[in-house]
Design a protein around this ligand. Structure first.
Ligand code: HEC
Ligand code: HEC
Length: 212
């Protein structure tokens, strides 16, 4: 039996397989780096963020979370509320990522960045009291604050405390997480009822600041 036709056949199947596999597999951090050029102005080249420009640290944040936030900004699920002035600044920037592929690639690049040690705390609170308040947060964000993908909850230990404070207030005041299509924000927002006042917000953040 002549089997010589098998080798080219095998190659053809392999090549088709590779061609099909490629688009799905692609999250190209190198391509993402090029799209990141416009982000440097506010988030800096190492992803450390810049308080003077109200932009949070993003270095090392998980890819699925970054991808979702960028999509939210693009689609107006975040940064659309009239009182969300900082979200609106970011939403305009997300529009520079025209294709879904660009969003995926830049998310891969951000996730690949080395996390930056947090700057000295700017929010003063009682970490002991905050620890008790954090018990409920731990169910989704984890006891170590590093987030849990299964529950769609991001890492809270990468960002500066002033950014966390703003987001918690945004959730509490319905500025973020109020769009019915924002299913993950809608999970988060009701949890803010467990933080009755500004002092409770500061206390829980003081505890998050104490997490390594
Ligand atoms: C003009 C300044 C500016 C530029 C440029 C900018 N951002 Fe932002 N970005 C912000 C601000 C301000 C926020 C915080 C918005 C808020 O408080 O809700 C933010 C938030 C984010 C977040 C959400 C972080 C989180 O933890 O939820 C991501 C992700 C992000 N930016 C990625 C990018 C990417 C990628 C680019 C480039 C395509 C970019 N940003 C360009 C100002 C900027
Ligand atoms: C039921 C699960 C759940 C609980 C409990 C919960 N969160 Fe969240 N949290 C989430 C999810 C999901 C998101 C992401 C929403 C999104 O993707 O837009 C989030 C987002 C956040 C963010 C925004 C982070 C960023 O990078 O912008 C902060 C801050 C936060 N949570 C703090 C807290 C604190 C503090 C508590 C406790 C008082 C808490 N969360 C309790 C699910 C939860």
């Amino acid at each position: 039996m002549n089997t010589s036709y098998l080798a080219p056949l095998f190659m053809a199947v392999l090549l088709i397989g590779l061609a099909l596999a490629h688009p799905a597999a692609a999250q190209d951090a190198t391509a993402g780096k090029a799209s990141y050029a416009v982000c440097v102005a506010c988030h800096l080249d190492n992803g450390a963020g810049n308080q003077a420009l109200n932009s949070p640290a993003i270095a090392g944040q998980e890819i699925w979370y970054v991808e979702r936030q960028l999509t939210y900004f693009k689609e107006g699920l975040r940064g659309k509320h009239p009182k969300d002035i900082y979200g609106a600044q970011m939403a305009a920037m997300a529009l520079t990522l025209v294709t879904e592929q660009q969003v995926k690639d830049v998310a891969a690049y951000i996730a690949s960045m080395k996390p930056i040690p947090r700057p000295a705390p700017t929010v003063k609170g009682d970490a002991e009291k905050g620890k008790a308040l954090y018990t409920i947060c731990a169910t989704c964000h984890g006891p170590d604050g590093k987030g849990m993908k299964e529950l769609n909850a991001p890492n809270l230990t990468l960002q500066q405390d002033w950014y966390l404070e703003r987001q918690i207030k945004n959730y509490k005041e319905g500025i973020r997480g109020n769009d019915p299509k924002d299913i993950y924000g809608m999970q988060m927002a009701p949890m803010m009822a467990t933080l009755p006042d500004d002092q409770a917000i500061k206390d829980v953040i003081a505890f998050i600041n104490s997490l390594k």
